[in-house]
Design a protein around this ligand. Structure first.
Ligand code: M6R
Length: 357
């Protein structure tokens, strides 16, 4: 039920701090330590390469998951779009482990890969919000997102839940491999939950940004580097899906290789600047597009902010920035769709669960 909310999407965006806390509770034991299935831990320890398979928003969470698993657990990871993987299957490593990420657990494109993976005799883990779903039943292992039902077609809380669970999986795998870490995901996720709450209280500013930048435009661009680039891909999908604005997420460094030609007077460009190691370069990109007439909006993070930034996110652990930086993007897309009189919860031509290939 929507309760007092005008749309499920807004309710689900607001639920994200609770979802983070729920994940913390579900994945900790009585001593407050991480608790994960022994079989999953063994499968991750055994794997010489992880293949993440997903579609849409879940694929975008998979891109963040790739970084987390590689950086934290030191296991090579490839992330693939399910519908393409079927035709372009890479040469597999000797001991692959497949991770299917799917909110619904019913996505036909992902299932087609799972069927093939099983035929080849490989192991699969499904990360899903629906434990009894097809992808969960047919895989060897399941991790639950504990996000509660997601009704709006635009995925929001499932995306952040997927990244949180992937971070937990990465840390558990690192421990299984004897890797020493000074990163406690449960503690850091609690900080994320508080930061999300702060942002949920800034709806007026997000509405203003949507009105100013997106109410009448034909197109919009999101730029970022490193983990911010992955969030830009998700931001663009969210905006396209519910507001029908032609939106794209670009890697800051790629602008000069072609995409900057798209910038005209007044083109809205929303930049994410939450990554310390690339802050100078993304700031440079913002200047480049502004010099060509773009109307720019920068979303940065405490400690990296510059005068004129429209949103400054609370500081959180560098591994987990996408969990927080996506939230203003979700809200901005939501308000843009409202301003354009779109059907936020049920955008045209789309279904919540895509059960055909
Ligand atoms: O249920 P799934 O996570 O497998 O769904 C995958 C995509 O269809 C889904 O994420 C889609 O891209 C969303 N509508 C995006 O908001």
């Amino acid at each position: 039920e929507k309760g007092t909310y005008p749309h499920f999407m807004l309710k689900e965006i607001d639920e994200q701090p609770f979802v983070m806390r729920n994940i913390i509770n579900q994945y900790q034991n009585e001593n407050g330590d991480l608790k994960l299935d022994d079989d999953i831990r063994a499968a991750m320890k055994e794997a010489d390469r992880v293949y993440i398979i997903a579609c849409g928003t879940s694929y975008h969470a998979g891109l963040v998951g790739k970084q987390l698993i590689e950086n934290i657990a030191n296991i090579p990871v490839e992330a693939h779009i399910a519908s393409e993987f079927v035709y372009n299957m890479p040469l597999l490593s000797e001991k692959p482990l497949f991770i299917f990420i799917s909110q619904s657990g019913e996505t036909a494109d992902s299932r087609a890969v799972l069927v093939e993976v099983k035929r080849l005799g490989h192991k699969a883990l499904t990360i899903t919000n629906v434990p009894g779903s097809t992808l969960s039943r047919e895989a060897n292992y399941t991790l639950n997102l504990y996000a509660g039902p997601e009704i709006a077609v635009a995925s929001t809380k499932a995306y952040t839940a997927q990244i949180a669970v992937l971070a937990i999986l990465a840390v558990d795998s690192a421990r299984a491999k004897g890797i020493e870490l000074d990163f406690n995901p449960l503690q850091e996720l609690a900080i994320v939950a508080n930061a999300m709450e702060v942002l949920c209280d800034q709806k007026e500013e997000m509405e203003k940004i949507a009105r100013e930048f997106l109410a009448v435009t034909r197109n919009a661009f999101f730029i970022g580097r490193a983990a911010d680039f992955y969030v830009c891909l998700e931001a663009a999908l969210k905006l396209k899906e519910i507001s029908y604005i032609q939106a794209e997420g670009f890697a800051g460094g790629e602008l000069k290789h072609g995409t900057i030609a798209l910038i005209e007077d007044g083109t809205p460009v929303i930049a994410l600047a939450t990554q310390e190691h690339v802050n100078l370069s993304i700031r440079g990109n913002v200047k480049e597009v502004a010099a060509r007439g773009a109307y720019t909006c920068v979303i940065s993070m405490d400690g990296l902010q510059e005068e004129g930034d429209r949103v400054v996110l609370p500081k959180i652990h560098p591994y987990l920035t996408p969990l927080v930086s996506v939230l203003p993007m979700q809200l901005i897309s939501y308000y843009a769709a409202l301003h354009r009189d779109c059907d936020v919860d049920k955008p045209r031509n789309l279904a919540k669960s895509v059960t055909v290939e």
